[in-house]
Design a protein around this ligand. Structure first.
Ligand code: FES
Length: 109
């Protein structure tokens, strides 16, 4: 029996003037929010634990080389409610950790 090697996924997170280069693999975390929540503790981040309702997990995508895989739970309404808009602003809890996120760079808002 052969095993497919697990491919590393690299994610760069900018927060509070620091740059965090994090390695993960597909589905290690349910979402980018869970990765940030686990790896970079930031107070008050991800309060609804991924329901797409609290708006405390906002990130701005600085660069990404693929179209991202996303859940579609309440993102549009929640972004409208926060009043923080922009094509590159997303709820990190709606972004999946899979091969398409590899190489992404985001800024925690
Ligand atoms: S964790 Fe609440 S909206 Fe993302």
């Amino acid at each position: 029996m052969t095993h497919t090697p697990v491919k590393d996924i690299s994610v760069t997170i900018c927060h509070d003037g620091k740059i965090h280069e994090i390695k993960t693999y597909a589905n290690e975390y349910r979402s980018l929010m869970m990765l940030i929540y686990d790896q970079i503790y930031t107070e008050g981040f991800g309060e609804c634990l991924g329901m797409g309702k609290c708006g405390t997990c906002l990130v701005e995508i600085i660069s990404s080389s693929h179209e991202l895989s996303c859940y579609e739970r309440n993102e549009e309404m929640t972004l409208l409610r926060t009043g923080i808009t922009g094509k590159e602003v997303h709820l990190s809890c709606q972004i999946m950790i899979d091969e398409y996120i590899d190489g992404i760079k985001v800024n925690i808002i």
